[in-house]
Write a protein that binds this ligand. Structure first.
Ligand code: CA
Length: 243
């Protein structure tokens, strides 16, 4: 089995060394980058399974690196753990609105971080970027053939709806902001307004019929696809009806 790969994007030398030493000892293949621009370059060449991403970075900051990573179909499936210097910065990432899967506040202990890395890689072991078919809640989405089925019935989706469904379902459980969803849908209508995401989501829910409520509204954030093992919630006022 090939080693799992971790990219560390961090400008503090001492922290780079501590992290890479410990991660290599745990059997990971590690690459380093010291600023955001170099980090983005390494993301594409090294193709890591997970990125440890410092928030405050020279040239391009961590949030922008994360945004670009999520917007690129080649890198959007990579898991991201943010490293933040101050607890106030956490406010910016809370809700994982920025596309991070997890975060730790400096100073942190290495051992618990490694546990979180392993847990995240395990949880998403079948959710790698190379995956071409997602099957969840009776919905099957095939990225190669660009088809989606609900309970075996082919759905007639627009390209934007398809991209929305793909982006949400492949990271089921994670809330997405409207801006982030717009990045995922970009391609044919680059100047889509935030509100149009709501229109696409409403249409997508209608086409999913009784399964429409798997796409939940996250108040103040945007939307999320319900994770596989989550129970169906009682109808709450924050969830629009499916139809
Ligand atoms: Ca830094």
């Amino acid at each position: 089995m090939s080693k799992q790969k971790i990219l560390i994007i961090e400008d503090e030398r001492a922290l780079q060394e501590v992290l890479s030493y410990n991660l290599e000892r745990e059997g990971f293949e590690v690459a380093l980058a010291s600023d955001g621009q170099d980090g983005l370059r390494r993301l594409r060449s090294f193709e890591p399974d997970l990125v440890l991403l410092d928030l405050m970075l020279p040239v391009i900051d961590g949030l922008e690196v994360c945004r670009q990573l999520r917007a690129d179909t080649k890198t959007q499936g990579i898991r991201v753990i943010m490293l933040t210097a101050r607890s106030e910065e956490v406010d910016e990432i809370v809700g994982f609105n920025m596309g991070a899967d997890d975060y730790v506040t400096k100073p942190f202990k290495v051992k618990p971080l490694i546990h979180r890395i392993k847990a995240l890689l395990r949880r998403t072991g079948t959710d790698r970027q190379n995956r071409d078919v997602i099957s969840i809640h009776g919905i099957e989405i095939d990225r190669v053939n660009h088809t989606a089925k609900a309970r075996g019935q082919l759905l007639d989706l627009t390209p934007t709806e398809f991209r929305l469904l793909w982006a949400l379902s492949r990271s089921a459980g994670r809330p997405f902001g409207r801006n982030e969803l717009m990045d995922h849908c970009r391609g044919e209508d680059a100047n889509a307004l935030e509100r149009t995401i709501d229109v696409h989501v409403r249409s997508l829910r209608q086409k999913l019929r009784d399964l429409g409520d798997v796409i939940e509204t996250v108040r103040g954030v945007g939307y999320r696809f319900r994770a596989e093992n989550e129970p169906t919630p009682a109808v709450t006022e924050s969830n629009e009806p499916a139809e």
